[in-house]
Design a protein around this ligand. Sequence first.
Ligand SMILES: Nc1nc2c(c(=O)[nH]1)N[C@H]1C(S)=C(S)[C@@H](COP(=O)(O)OP(=O)(O)OC[C@H]3O[C@@H](n4cnc5c(N)ncnc54)[C@H](O)[C@@H]3O)O[C@H]1N2
Ligand code: MOO
Ligand code: MG
Length: 416
Amino acid sequence: MLPMEQALERLLSQVQPLGLTESVSTPLALGRILAQDLVSPLDVPPYDNSAMDGYAVRMAGLQGAGASNADATALLPVSQRVPAGSVPTALLPGTAARIFTGATVPEGADTILMQEQCEAVADAAGGLGHVRVPLAVPQGQHIRRRGEDLQRGQTILSAGARLNAAALGLAATAGAAELTVARRPRVALFSTGDELVLPGQPLGPGQIYNSNRTTLHALLLALGCEVRDLGIVPDTLDATRAALREAARNSDLILSSGGVSVGEEDHLKPALEREGRLDLWQIAIKPGKPLAFGEVHHADAPQGRCFYMGLPGNPVSSFVTFLLFVRPVLLRLQGATQLAPRGYQLPAEFTWTKADKRREFLRGRVTDQGGLALFGNQSSGVMSSAAWADGLIELPPGATVQPGQLLRFLPFNDLF
Ligand SMILES: Nc1nc2c(c(=O)[nH]1)N[C@H]1C(S)=C(S)[C@@H](COP(=O)(O)OP(=O)(O)OC[C@H]3O[C@@H](n4cnc5c(N)ncnc54)[C@H](O)[C@@H]3O)O[C@H]1N2
Ligand code: MOO
Ligand SMILES: [Mg+2]
């Protein structure tokens, strides 16, 4: 059995970024990989602006001898009104400007006073009136400075970054209406198994619903792929070979589940040997020992060949092996820089006595106390464990666990 790190290294050494890009509207770039550094063409904020509704004053000219007195105030005429989106004139000396949150601070003003700390005094003749302002305040308060967030020319997102909602918001802050991202990998997906029935159909004796198709399809979408679903392929050599040929057409990756173990009903190995090239590995992880990798040769495939990855049929095994092996391949195809999930050390709140020589990925949850809890049934056929969990708990080969022991946790939030 291959250690996981070695398998991953061997796999990724055969994968190169597709190098194809497209421009997409910024909000629709969610989950995609940025293809070019994004440089801010402007300072953000673009001008000094008020953080409060209140008054702008030139405190430098007001804070005289009495300003150290906490009760000191000054009565100032209000010389202009500055709502957000307007362009103020320079502040007349000895006056205050009525100002609102987000509005440009007038030239000459150096401090904003919250209106709650001021007293507006109406003039008999109408007009903007006067305002009594406190003087014992820090000069410069409540002003958001030009460029305090981003500076013109600054790289704000790097090529290879995976774009989440916050990153897209940052891009929009700098005025980006479109982003250049890696083109979606085109993935052909099929499931093998004569026992499988599509959800929505009646279930006969000896049959189960095809769940991997849905799990894998959803994971592929979350990772930015364009999915072509070829459905269920019967457990025969001819049908499997035909499925591989069809899947290779215009695909960057073929992904299948089931049929990669050693039984004579497992046809992927002989089918792939005839249609291309196969690497079948026994990887020292649990769940997910068998993993097939290789390529299908076909005239209609990009460059005459197409990557192939075959995941084990057990639903949790196929889910976990997708996250550990297919995910980094898809990210690499899109030129992502960060392929490995970060992982966090958290204390176990459980005991685990059955040491296994394979590295294990248990389905677990973070408790309210910040520890790790386990789903009761860790069988590779029990999808409830994956749906209950919010991440994978990694156990090194041969490990047993006592409560309080620190374990590596891979949150699903970081994985899909
Ligand atoms: N003699 C041995 N038998 C098995 C070994 C072994 O080393 N020696 N390994 C076991 C392990 S570990 C795994 S994992 C599985 C891998 O099996 P296959 O990839 O060949 O998958 P199948 O045999 O087709 O199916 C396994 C299991 O999963 C169910 N299944 C398959 N596809 C789906 C689907 N799309 N949706 C839901 N469930 C699915 C299928 O009904 C089987 O129960 O091999 C072990 N055997
Ligand atoms: O590897 Mo199998 O995935 O242990 O069930
Ligand atoms: Mg099998």
